[in-house]
Design a binder for this molecule. Structure first.
Ligand code: SF4
Length: 412
């Protein structure tokens, strides 16, 4: 979501004459887009902001803005801590920054925020739901991004058409809790209805969406993924923990058994679907037996990707106010290592089975002398070719696998 916000702001700024610079020292404007989902992410932002202080003192005319989830409704504390920053803006609230630029640089900014979209590339992110209503006990997002607000279907169609006309082939719809899409709109469309409309747009070859909450993943959404030919067979469905007591303390409002049943339903409805998940280890009071349930579910479900992170206290969350962060850091690290080693083995086994198969990928670019793209299941595939194939749909036969990627040769 932050990447999408940055791209949209970048595009708006390019309309009023800004271009990318190579270093902060060359810049007239520096916007630091912050993530505070975990302590590690917040520490990085603070480190970067602190490192920009000497530059700002040397070049006081450079505009320094802090944007994103680090900026709450009350910026008094941030202003005291970082008095050298010029402006603090909440997620997706670009207007104050544009106004500040207009006043300071005396330029006409009118219209730069209309038809806000990512810069057109082969792939593009489209935020469709802002905020979250779930209030999981560990999560700061609802406090920083606010309650859920869904964009109307028409507006999303227009943005997708606009991107398609500029060469975008794949869109990824974004929302903190994307499968609750539409509940606040007058006609109550759901994500399945939206996917059906976007599936009709010429030029768009693939549609993805992130992130889902198990409680809002309806039959209609699952059937839509199965039926609509442009919607890719990949679902990110965070479980967060395997133990029911921990899930309850996290306020996730589903059980281990319900999650397993949902996975079964998804797998039986969508042939060849890949499933990724998010897991938090070391949540308040999680003991070894409870953590073992997380290990068991990873082994049983054999996810295609696991994003695991150690729990860290987030300001003002329910967990911070009512629970004890009592799992030692060393234990959290050891649990993360266990998950990584199990998942590495699962992925190597799964990817080995794909050797010899051919997949159609959308070529996204070049990395380390190889071109790369993803198949419909979101598997990263590298290949070597003298032709620049960025933006084309290309068939690749897999001849080598690692846990994290596949490598192959072009067949068409
Ligand atoms: S559903 Fe996701 S974004 Fe919303 S509160 Fe829970 S973890 Fe945070």
């Amino acid at each position: 979501m932050n990447k999408a916000d940055s791209e949209r702001l970048e595009n708006a700024l390019s309309k009023i004459g800004f271009e990318n610079s190579t270093t902060p020292a060359d810049s007239d404007l520096i916007v630091l887009n912050s993530c505070v989902v975990r302590q590690g992410a917040e520490d990085k932002v603070v480190g970067m902001l602190t490192s920009l202080k000497p530059l700002k003192e040397k070049n006081p005319e450079t505009i320094l803005a802090l944007m994103g989830c680090m900026v709450g409704p009350n910026t008094k504390e941030l202003k005291q801590k970082f008095p050298y920053a010029d402006i603090f803006i909440q997620p997706q609230n670009y207007n104050p920054l544009i106004q500040y630029i207009e006043n300071k640089l005396n330029i006409d900014t009118e219209g730069c925020l209309t038809q806000l979209s990512a810069k057109a590339d082969v792939t593009a992110y489209i935020p469709i739901v802002q905020g979250c209503d779930k209030f999981c006990s560990f999560c700061i997002i609802p406090y920083r991004r606010g309650r859920e607000i869904c964009r109307p279907v028409k507006e999303i169609i227009l943005e997708t058409q606009y991107l398609s006309e500029r060469g975008v082939k794949e869109i990824t719809l974004l929302g903190q809790n994307i499968d609750s899409y539409g509940h606040d709109l007058p006609e109550k469309p759901d994500l399945g209805d939206l996917l059906k409309e976007l599936n009709k747009i010429d030029g768009i070859e693939r549609i993805r969406f992130l992130t889902s909450h198990p409680n809002d993943m309806s039959d209609h959404i699952i059937e839509s993924v199965a039926e609509l030919e442009k919607v890719c067979e990949h679902i990110n469905l965070p479980i967060q923990a395997g133990d029911n007591e921990i899930l309850n303390k996290m306020r996730r409002r589903y059980t281990n058994e319900e999650y397993r049943n949902l996975i079964e339903k998804i797998r039986s409805t969508i042939p060849n679907v890949s499933i990724s998940t998010d897991i938090i280890v070391g949540f308040c009071g999680e003991n070894d037996t409870q953590f073992q349930k997380t290990i068991d579910i990873i082994k049983d479900i054999r996810f295609d990707k696991v994003h695991a992170a150690a729990y860290s206290i987030r300001e003002n969350t329910i967990a911070m106010r009512k629970m004890l962060d009592n799992v030692p850091l060393e234990e959290k690290k050891s649990r993360l290592n266990q998950i990584e080693s199990i998942q590495k083995q699962i992925l190597q086994e799964k990817n080995d089975l794909l050797c010899g198969e051919t997949f159609e990928i959308l070529v996204e670019g070049k990395k380390n002398n190889n071109q790369y793209g993803r198949n419909r299941n979101d598997k990263l595939i590298y290949f070597d070719s003298k032709e620049n194939l960025k933006g084309s749909m290309t068939n690749i036969k897999i001849n080598k696998s690692t846990p994290w990627s596949l490598h192959g040769i072009k067949t068409t």
